[in-house]
Ligand binder design. Structure first.
Ligand code: COA
Length: 188
């Protein structure tokens, strides 16, 4: 059985995108989308404050080890043809022993509908299954978050669970979908 690898590249290039670690100078770009109520709508937390954005950039800008439960790789997503951050993807090692990782994505709505989230998520899942030795990648999302479900489906992830009313989003009962894909099912 392969151990989860610790090697984390600092930059990944795709056809149209560059994924890289956040830098403090990305604060304005990140805050522009993370502060939007419509972006936070299904995240079970309020929009981020400017201070919250800065704190998480500072915490993640140096990269991460990829070894222990709850290690997190947060990558800024940039278009290759213009400056600025258009979104982010995140991979969390939820169970190092069993090589399970949760994937997530948040994008600036000004760059929606062009396949960027899917392209970035595909690159991150490839990294997970390739260099990082992950066995299973999963995503958890609100059942009403149809845009996010479509990203999962474009990646070839399987809907494995529908957890009815398993959380509270303010005073609304939230129903959670779990999507997943295994290393042996993944093809780039
Ligand atoms: C979830 C989220 C990333 C999805 O954004 P998105 O723009 O729908 O996803 P993509 O960037 O992959 O774009 C896909 C769309 O672009 C279209 N598209 C256009 N050109 C394309 C191209 N060249 N390649 C691929 N897709 C293309 C696709 O057809 C698709 O549209 P459809 O879903 O209507 O069929 C976005 O809604 C978001 O950030 N939401 C807020 C945060 C959030 O809820 N995150 C998830 C928490 S679980």
């Amino acid at each position: 059985m392969t151990a989860v690898s610790q090697r984390i590249p600092t930059s990944i290039a795709t056809e149209r995108l560059v994924l890289r670690l956040f830098a403090p100078s990305d604060l304005d770009d990140r805050y522009a989308y993370q502060s939007l109520p419509e972006v936070a709508r299904f995240l079970y937390r309020p929009p981020l404050t400017r201070e919250g954005c800065a704190e998480s950039i500072a915490a993640r800008a140096g990269g991460t080890a990829w070894q222990a439960d709850d290690d997190v790789l947060l990558l800024a997503v940039c278009r290759a043809d213009e400056p600025g951050v258009i979104g982010e993807v995140v991979l969390t090692l939820t169970n190092a022993r069993a090589r399970q990782a949760e994937i997530g994505w948040v994008f600036d709505p000004r760059h929606a509908g062009q396949g960027y989230a899917t392209e970035a998520a595909r690159a991150l899942a490839s990294l997970a299954f390739g260099q990082l030795g992950v066995h299973r990648v999963f995503a958890r999302l609100d059942a009403l978050n149809t845009g996010s479900a479509r990203v999962c489906e474009r990646l070839g992830m399987r809907r494995e669970a529908l957890l009815i009313d398993n959380d509270l989003d303010g005073d609304r009962w939230g129903t959670e979908c779990v999507y997943a894909i295994l290393a042996r099912e993944w093809s780039d």
